[in-house]
Design a protein around this ligand. Structure first.
Ligand code: ZN
Length: 309
């Protein structure tokens, strides 16, 4: 398993107002802010990482909150739904809690799993799912959300595609996923290298218009590898399949490669090392604004220009 894809590492999406985004994910959904940093290409914009206590791979949802960015459109060529695993006992808790916060919740069943579907304040489509298999991950807890009710981390991510075949080929032939089942136009692929955050669903619909990236849409999804040696092995595999891929990029908390799969979704591969405790102790994760080295000299200006939280 050492040299395989180990499910999802993180998912990154776009928001509008930083404060609203921070409040929603930490207060309403009860995730831990595990890192507060800036967009490496645009240091006037925050980069938030939300996850469990340690920010374990498979629990991390990250946002670029660009103040004033327009509304995006979820559609074909995107990761359109982000699925979190919850305990069976947490289902009614969330149905009620989301309702209390005036969030419209739709109840459905996907591949036999009970699902609460709703949108975040920017329109990002989230799903809380009771998986058929047991999920032993320990959620972060808050005064309002107990460990039993908390979000365990990702269950799956759903890609909406006009034509699923080329994307399925990348998932199976390069990333080691297998086709598990199909219901109508919905496919479920999974990897057995790990037992959580190991599912990619695909909804195929030729008539769905293409999405447009802005607030409320996904930016990319990242798959997890153990370390940079495995990362570079995958770089060769992606290149051999005739796809373009970036060089290795140092993201401070992991090393990354990016490539666009043929269906239009930006895929990243990201390492476990070095992790979020690289520059803050576990107990203090997310408390301090962390800047990449190249911006440390401009800290004062950057702090002044960032939106108020
Ligand atoms: Zn990423």
């Amino acid at each position: 398993m050492e040299n395989k894809i180990l499910g999802l590492h993180h998912i990154t999406a776009i928001a509008n107002q930083a404060k609203r985004n921070l409040d929603f994910y930490t207060h309403i959904l009860g995730l831990r802010l595990v890192k507060k940093t800036v967009n490496f290409d645009d240091p006037g914009t925050y980069h938030f990482y939300f996850g469990n206590e340690t920010g374990a791979p498979g629990t991390i949802l990250t946002f670029f909150p660009w103040e004033g960015i327009g509304q995006g459109i979820n559609g074909a060529g995107q990761a359109t739904h982000i699925g979190y695993a919850i305990a069976p006992e947490a289902y009614d808790f969330w149905k009620q809690r989301l309702g209390t916060h005036n969030i419209v919740v739709e109840e459905n069943e996907i591949f036999g799993e009970k699902t609460l579907s709703f949108k975040d304040p920017d329109g990002l489509q989230l799903q809380f799912i009771v998986p058929k298999s047991t999920d032993n991950r320990t959620p972060w807890s808050t005064p309002e959300i107990t460990t039993q009710n908390g979000l365990k981390g990702f269950h799956n991510v759903t890609l909406t595609l006009k034509n699923s075949e080329p994307t399925i080929k990348v998932l199976t032939d390069i990333l080691g996923y297998s086709m598990e089942k199909q219901e109508g136009n919905r496919f479920r692929l999974s990897t057995d290298t790990i037992d959580t955050a190991n599912i990619v669903d695909i909804m195929e619909d030729e008539t769905t218009p293409y999405g447009r990236g802005a607030a409320g849409t996904n930016h990319h999804i990242a798959f997890r590898v153990k370390d940079d040696h495995v990362l570079m092995d995958f770089r060769e595999k992606v290149l051999s399949a005739g796809l373009q891929i970036t060089p290795k990029i140092d993201r401070d908390y992991f090393y990354s490669l990016y490539f666009r799969e043929p269906g239009g979704v930006l895929f990243e591969l990201a390492t476990d090392n070095p992790g979020f405790t690289k520059d803050e102790p576990l107990a203090e994760l997310g408390r301090h604004l962390k800047l990449p080295k190249q911006y440390e000299g401009r800290r004062h200006d950057i702090e002044q220009s960032l939106p108020q939280l």
